[in-house]
Design a protein around this ligand. Structure first.
Ligand code: GAP
Length: 439
């Protein structure tokens, strides 16, 4: 049995709050279930995750274009896409003492897991949040907060074909907020009601989607590994007939070994021409693609890798977390890859003396253009090293009194804790080599 990455979720939750990665939303009012805010370090980590995904899925490819569609869409979209009728979970109520609500498909027994009371018959509960546009709150003004970003790409398929030079096969990618009124939540930021998705719709010829599905499953597994997740904590699992979404011909999920067991990190689906066909029928617009060589007209098939920023964030922190014995003491360290870590380099003057502060500030400013940097002159050096280890900063640079004489500083490596002396004129080059940001 492969060991789950981190120890306990509670340890990570407490680190996230203490160090400013994640806060409960509206905490001073008691919070709101399954909604979280991201603090100064969390914002950096999320930005790095998004950048890494965007770079791999859009910038490094010739065949993917990006879009940013609005969260609010014409409600006809959700009628056509099937979300109004099918995007639901079976809900049961406890009829005993506690009246808690549960997802019927996640229960093992037939009684309430909390109080042992009897349960109601399951009823379908739609997960889309509703609101109204304009001043009148009636049925005619209902709109939905999107539960996936995908539909914004399907309805823009023709716009992208007509305005770009892409020819099939090609993809449309998007990163954005989505909302799901989940029945059962918990496990910190694993299942949220407000989440951020990174999705790509890959349009290909019908009949070629099975091959592209294989291709994207491999690509996506490799990406998670490249971000630093251990191979033994990842697996690809095909969905059974009953697990597939209403639009999917077939699907798989990339699972991660969370502290509570294997669970979905990313979903990859073969959506066929389900969405384009439904939108073509409902809108009356021709959404077919014309092959420029053969003039053949058809509705492309779609393969979709879809991933949550939040789940990636959680998996990366769990996987990077370690408690290590160093000279009889335990240090907490996040072994995050340099392109993901909130900061890549921290500059620390040995003491808060004006001449050291002045040089350390100058060193930090000099590195800013190339690296994401932190500067810290509070507390003892030992405590500052511990803080940087705990937030995953790969390199800590110490400016000491000798630096004023020899124009050299000490670089400490987070993982090996080795220290090397480097002259200031070599510093940026040595940092770049150590961080290996190109890899
Ligand atoms: N357009 C496809 C789609 O929506 P999904 O499997 O329902 O597929 C894709 O969602 C990914 O979004 C999931 O693999 C997960 O990473 C993330 N996700 C979905 N629901 C989530 C939730 N309630 N909280 C956090 N992440 C979620």
């Amino acid at each position: 049995m492969t060991e789950p990455a981190a120890n306990s979720l509670e340890t990570l939750v407490s680190l996230c709050k203490r160090r400013g990665f994640v806060f409960q939303s509206s905490e001073i009012y008691g919070g709101i279930n399954a909604v979280y805010d991201f603090g100064p370090l969390g914002v950096r980590l999320r930005r790095h995750i998004r950048d890494a995904w965007w770079r791999q899925m859009v910038e490094l490819r010739d065949d993917v274009e990006g879009v940013e569609a609005a969260i609010l869409m014409n409600p006809a979209v959700w009628q056509a896409s099937g979300h109004l009728t099918n995007f639901s979970d079976p809900l049961v109520d406890c009829l005993g003492k506690c009246h808690q609500r549960w997802r019927a498909d996640q229960l093992e027994g037939t009684t309430c897991p909390n109080c042992g009371g009897p349960l109601s018959q399951p009823r379908q509960f739609n997960l889309m949040f509703k609101t109204f546009v304009g001043p009148v709150e009636d049925e005619g003004s209902v709109v939905y907060l999107r539960p996936e970003t995908a539909q914004g790409m399907f309805v823009n398929f023709k716009n992208v074909v007509n305005s770009s030079r892409q020819r099939i096969p090609f993809g449309i990618a998007q990163i954005g907020r989505s909302f799901r009124n989940e029945i059962s939540t918990g496990n910190f930021i694993f299942r949220l009601r407000e989440l951020e998705m990174m999705e790509m719709e890959w349009f290909c010829q019908p009949g070629q989607d099975a091959q592209w599905f294989e291709y994207w499953c491999e690509q996506r597994m490799a990406w998670h590994e490249s971000l630093g997740l251990k191979r033994s904590h990842l697996r690809l699992r095909p969905h059974g007939e009953r697990e597939k979404a209403h639009y999917a011909l077939a699907s798989s999920e990339i699972e991660y070994l969370y502290p509570w067991g294997w669970a979905e990190l990313e979903g990859i689906a073969r959506r066929g021409d389900f969405d384009l066909r439904r939108h073509q029928e409902a809108s009356g617009r021709d959404l077919q693609y014309t092959d420029p060589q053969t003039n053949e007209r058809y509705l492309p098939y779609v393969v979709e890798p879809a991933l949550g920023v939040d789940r990636t964030f959680l998996s990366l922190l769990l996987d990077a977390y370690a408690e290590e014995e160093v000279r009889g003491e335990t240090r907490v360290v996040l072994h995050l890859k340099p392109n993901i870590a909130p900061f890549q380099v921290a500059v620390l003057p040995l003491q808060r003396k004006p001449e050291l502060v002045e040089l350390a500030r100058r060193v930090e400013h000099g590195l800013r253009a190339q690296f994401s940097t932190d500067y810290d002159d509070t507390q003892s050096l030992g405590r500052r090293y511990r803080r940087q280890d705990e937030i995953g900063t790969p390199l800590a640079i110490t400016v000491d009194f000798e630096s004023l004489e020899d124009q050299a500083v000490t670089i400490r490596d987070r993982d090996t804790m080795e220290q090397v002396r480097v002259s200031l004129d070599q510093l940026a080059a040595v940092c770049a080599e150590k961080l290996q940001l190109g890899e």
